[in-house]
Design a protein around this ligand. Structure first.
Ligand code: GLY
Length: 327
C-alpha cells in the first residue's frame, strides 16, 4: 500500500464489501461514458473515517439487491443515531449558543439531489434531505422551513443535545472567548458513496458541523458539489473536514471533474487537497479529507491534518496521515 494511500484496502474482505471492478476491460483504458455507465456486477460502498457500522448497514442492503440510494441513507443514519458520535446527528456538538443544528445532503445516479441546512430537533437529516429530493421541486430547505417540512413528513421532534455534549459546551464557554474551535473534534462528518448491482451510484453526507460554530453557520456537507457530488457517468466524491475550505474549492465537484478528465480517484483526491493547500500556505491548521470512487469501483482518499505545513507537503510529496477510513 502506498504511504499516501490511507484507504485501508486490506479491510475489503473483512468488511464484507466487494471491490473488484466488473469493468476490468476498461482497467487500463480511458473509459468512455458508455463504458462507465454500464452496470457493475458487484456492489461497493465506502465511507469516510472508521464508521464500520455505517458501511456494514449499507452493505447489508446492497448485498440483498437494494439500491445505492437506500444503502447510503440507511448507512449514514447509523451514525446520525449514534449518541456517542459527537460530530453527526443526535449527540452532535452544538453551536456556540447551545443549539444542535444538522446539515445533510443526498444525491442519486440520475443527478437528483436534496439537502437540509441548519436543521434542528430532527434525528435523521439525511432522510429529510431525501424527502426534499423526492417530494418537493426544490433541492435545499433551511432552518425552520426544513424543520416544518420534516414535521409535515412525519418526523418527530427530538432533543439532539445530549448531556455529554451539553456539559462539554458549558465547559467550553468558560474559556472560549466565544470563538468556534476548528477541528476540536479531530474528525467529523460521514460521507458515503455506494454503487448497487444495477450500476447506480448514490451518495450521502451528514454532519452536525463545526463544534461551537456561529449560529447559522453552514459548512460544505449539505452543499451539492462541495460536500458531495455524484455523476453516474464518472463517479462520486465526498468530503470531511473544515467545510469552509471545501466550499471555496467546490471540492467534491472538482474531484469528479478531475476523474472525468482521466485522473484516478486517488489522483483526483490528492489534487483536490493540493488546491486547498495552495490557497492556505500560511495557515494549514485544519483538517480536510476527500474520498472518491469511479464507476469501475476504484477508490481513492486523501487527507491533511493540522500541523502539516505546505512546505512539508511540497518537499515530501506526501502526508503521513494518522487516520484511516475503511471500506
Ligand atoms: N465538514 C463539515 C463542516 O464543515 O460542517
Amino acid at each position: 500500500m502506498k504511504r499516501r494511500n490511507f484507504l485501508k484496502n486490506s479491510g475489503l474482505a473483512t468488511a464484507g464489501v466487494l471491490s473488484a471492478p466488473a469493468l476490468t476491460s476498461c482497467e487500463d483504458a480511458p473509459a468512455s461514458a458508455a463504458q462507465l455507465s454500464a452496470p457493475v456486477v458487484q456492489p461497493i460502498v465506502i465511507c469516510t473515517w472508521d464508521f464500520h457500522n455505517a458501511s456494514a448497514k449499507a452493505w447489508e442492503i446492497l448485498q440483498k439487491g437494494g439500491t445505492a440510494l437506500d444503502a447510503v441513507e440507511a448507512g449514514v443514519k447509523v451514525e446520525e443515531d449514534d449518541v456517542n458520535n459527537q460530530t453527526v446527528g443526535t449527540g452532535g456538538r452544538p453551536d456556540r449558543d447551545g443549539n444542535v443544528t444538522l446539515d445533510a445532503c443526498i444525491m442519486d445516479h440520475a443527478g437528483q439531489c436534496g439537502a437540509v441546512l441548519a436543521l434542528q430537533h430532527i434525528a435523521n437529516p439525511i432522510s429529510v434531505a431525501r424527502k426534499v429530493m423526492e417530494d418537493t421541486p426544490h433541492v435545499m430547505l433551511v432552518g425552520q422551513g426544513a424543520e416544518q417540512f420534516a414535521y409535515e413528513k412525519g418526523f418527530e421532534k427530538v432533543n439532539l443535545l445530549t448531556e455529554k455534549s451539553k456539559a462539554e459546551w458549558l465547559e467550553w464557554k468558560k474559556t472560549s472567548a466565544y470563538k468556534p474551535i476548528i477541528n476540536i473534534e479531530n474528525h467529523d462528518t460521514i460521507g458515503m458513496l455506494a454503487i448497487d448491482e444495477n450500476g447506480h451510484m448514490a451518495g450521502g453526507c451528514t454532519t452536525s458541523g463545526m463544534a461551537y460554530k456561529m449560529a447559522g453557520r453552514v459548512g460544505d456537507s449539505p452543499i451539492i458539489g462541495a460536500g458531495l457530488f455524484v455523476d453516474n457517468e464518472v463517479g462520486g466524491a465526498t468530503a470531511t473536514g473544515v467545510g469552509e475550505e471545501v466550499v471555496r474549492t467546490v471540492g467534491s465537484f472538482l474531484i469528479v471533474e478531475l476523474m472525468r478528465q482521466g485522473k484516478s480517484p486517488q489522483e483526483a483526491c490528492e489534487e483536490g487537497v493540493r488546491r486547498i493547500m495552495e490557497k492556505n500556505k500560511d495557515k494549514l491548521d485544519f483538517q480536510i479529507g476527500f474520498i472518491a470512487m469511479n464507476m469501475k469501483g476504484e477508490t481513492g482518499s486523501y487527507c491533511i491534518q493540522p500541523g502539516f505545513t505546505y512546505r512539508e507537503y511540497s518537499e515530501n510529496g506526501h502526508i503521513n496521515h494518522p487516520s484511516e477510513h475503511f471500506l
